[in-house]
Design a protein around this ligand. Sequence first.
Ligand code: CP
Ligand code: NVA
Length: 313
Amino acid sequence: MSINLKGRSLLTLKDFSPQEIDYLLELAMDLKAKKRMGIRGDLLCGKNVALIFEKPSTRTRCAFTVGCVDEGGHPEYLGKNDIQLGHKESVMDTARVLGRLFDGIQFRGFSQDTVEKLAQYSGVPVWNGLTDDYHPTQILADLMTIKEQFGTLKGLTFVYAGDGRNNMANSLMIGCSKMGIHYTLFAPKELWPKENLMKSCKEYAELSGSTITLSEDLACVKGADIIYSDVWCSMGEEDKAAERVKLLKPYQVNATLMAKTEKDNTIFLHCLPAVKGNEVTEEVFEKHARIIFDQAENRMHTIKAVMVATAGK
Ligand code: CP
Ligand code: NVA
């Protein structure tokens, strides 16, 4: 099947078919191999991309910047104090201006509605670099890393431990259910995902032949190929720190949890940044550091693939 993603936005993985996701992963692997061989690309030559950041970022910002420059494009960083987005100028007007000047727009910020409006009014591909609800480019890097480790995605067992309704958990549930990975959430009921998202993901899982399980019982990690965690307090939720630590302490990824998988080749992944001592112990983190930093590197290859596929020559 020939796949053409030119002009498409990436606002959430809900909008992409498993075949399209797989295409992006394969393209990212090709681009990674090309970079390893020292071959310079020109797939974004003459293209300008705007990088809007309302929230801070290390990996996403650097991945978009390096990925764009590697392929001959020009990235323009627009921090929260650099532009008037949503304050002195409406999102709709900023979108229409940027759409006249740029070939693609990355947005990281609070509201999913903002990234959707940017896509609606700019007329160019818009890429969601994280909102309160979703973090789709991260999931592409996670899937690529899993594929590198296991050679396949379908039929693997994935457990996410921690805040089960944040942007990462939401997006991982979408990504896993689309790609045929069994998804288990190990989280307290208070932090389980919204019903409507569950409903969509159950439909994806049915199509891909995977399952979705929500559990408060540590025994649910048995048989996991991948254990994943993220911070207990996402950006913008700093006031919830004390209550989250109390609520999520039993869901920490530590040696006891890893042993409960009853497997010796289970990998641990983390989107980073990590708060060691909270969602993961230093011991587990360091044991799996090589793959965690492959995962961080893969942010760049997958983001490059997204830009090339949707806005490239
Ligand atoms: N994982 C991730 O999105 O990292 P940054 O917040 O550093 O971009
Ligand atoms: N859930 C985290 C992800 C960081 C990449 C946050 O939103 O802060």
